[in-house]
Write a protein of this length. Structure first.
Length: 224
């Protein structure tokens, strides 16, 4: 095909020839990055709003669970309806990527749960989750809400293993001297009889019976 068949080449406008291609390309890259940043901000804002909405729906689930345990509503026959509404809500949350945590029997993780109590369990390792007080939820790969759990604690040390405390030393009590024996008081009006002096063990052996009789007479006069 000849040039004549193709026709004459198109003329390039003079304005196009004056365009700085490098500057135009840099402006295009700047606009593309600005648009990407705006889209990222919008996505993060939408995710934050969705997270807040899902958190409110999780609290609605807590309220429905509490209402399902109300004895007055159960007597009125509302328990079955509340439970059905709760199942529908959990189904919608599951479609949005929200699922409840199952932590019983696992070690407590601060990133997933908050310890609110302890219970003595001899057969379990300390800080093993034994009860969930408030259910936690995942949102895809993120933690939407941490759980509140009760964990196992170690039993207290046995009394037999404790060392006995030594008794405190006691000082001996001072003993007071016993009062001397006194003769019984005489009747009113009568003089008190003086105490009898101690008698010698025996009369003097020397002197014979006369000295012994004199000795006994002096003793009788002293008693009078």
């Amino acid at each position: 095909m000849t040039t004549q068949e193709l026709g004459e080449p198109l003329e390039v406008p003079q304005r196009a020839l004056e365009v700085d291609l490098a500057q135009a390309f840099s402006q295009l890259l700047y606009r593309a990055s600005l648009l990407q940043r705006l889209r990222g901000e919008e996505a993060r804002s939408a995710a934050a709003a969705q997270r807040e909405l899902l958190g409110l729906l999780v609290e609605v689930d807590d309220a429905l669970a509490a209402l399902g345990l109300d004895p007055e509503l159960v007597l009125l026959g509302r328990g079955a309806g509340i439970e059905a509404t709760r199942r529908r809500l959990l189904g919608k949350l599951a479609k949005a990527g929200v699922r409840p945590m199952r932590l019983e029997g696992l070690a407590a993780d601060p990133a997933l749960s908050e310890i609110v109590g302890g219970e003595v369990r001899p057969g379990l390792e300390p800080e093993t989750v034994v009860q969930t007080v408030v259910t936690g939820f995942f949102w895809n790969d993120e933690v939407l809400r941490r759980a509140q759990v009760v964990v196992a604690t170690a039993p207290p040390p046995e009394a037999a293993g404790a060392e006995p405390t030594p008794p405190e030393p006691t000082s001996p009590e001072p003993t007071s001297p016993e009062p001397a024996e006194t003769s019984e008081p005489s009747e009113p009006g009568e003089p008190a009889e003086p105490a009898e002096p101690p008698a010698p063990a025996s009369a003097p052996a020397s002197g014979g019976p006369r000295k012994a009789a004199a000795w006994n007479g002096r003793r009788r006069r002293r008693k009078r």
